[in-house]
Structures are given as structure tokens and as C-alpha cells.
Design a binder for this molecule. Structure first.
Ligand code: SF4
Ligand code: SF4
Length: 88
């Protein structure tokens, strides 16, 4: 039972001080979660603290690869509206 931080992490540091078990490490090229220490915040908080503060959609995933902040969850933009036009 542990979450993972993936490549889209921007190393913003927001999550690191919030983890109640010091499971997050300031690694490169992206931060990492020590699976042996992460409890998914069960018993400490109602929501996982790292995912609650993370400003990057998709940067933290669960054990089956599901994003805790999926596309659109933070921006409010549905994925189909996120395409950038190449037309000036
Ligand atoms: S879910 Fe909780 S315990 Fe796990 S890394 Fe995030 S803040 Fe730490
Ligand atoms: S809050 Fe998100 S983007 Fe910032 S360091 Fe943690 S996982 Fe990376």
C-alpha cells in the first residue's frame, strides 16, 4: 500500500514536508516515495497529504497506476480541451 511519484513531478517541494512518515525523498529527476514508509496516510489524514497539495495532474499514482489527480481534476479543463492549437 503505497503511492508513487512519476516523471511529471516538477520537484516543487510542496509535498515533502507534509508527509507524516517522511516517505518522500527529494530525488532527481523527480521526487520519490519510499514504499516501505508510505501508508497512503491511512489513519493519519482523511486524504493523502502529498496528492492533496500536489499542483501537477498525474504526478502521483496509486498501486494500480491510477492518478490521484487525474487530467482536469486541478485545472477543471476536460482532457479534450487541453490540445494546444498551432495556429497563431
Ligand atoms: S500518501 Fe501520505 S504517507 Fe504516502 S507519501 Fe503521501 S503523504 Fe506520505
Ligand atoms: S507536490 Fe507534486 S510536483 Fe511537487 S514535488 Fe511533490 S509530487 Fe512533485
Amino acid at each position: 500500500m503505497a503511492f508513487r511519484i512519476v516523471a511529471s513531478c516538477t520537484r516543487c517541494w510542496a509535498c515533502l514536508p507534509l508527509c507524516p512518515h517522511e516517505a518522500i525523498r527529494a530525488a532527481a529527476p523527480h521526487f520519490q516515495i519510499d514504499a516501505a514508509r508510505c501508508t497512503e496516510c491511512v489513519g493519519d489524514y482523511a486524504d493523502p497529504q502529498c496528492a492533496s497539495i500536489c499542483p501537477v495532474e498525474g504526478a502521483i499514482i496509486d498501486a494500480v497506476g491510477q492518478s490521484l489527480n487525474p487530467p482536469g481534476s486541478l485545472t477543471g479543463l476536460p482532457p479534450e480541451r487541453r490540445t494546444v492549437s498551432s495556429t497563431p
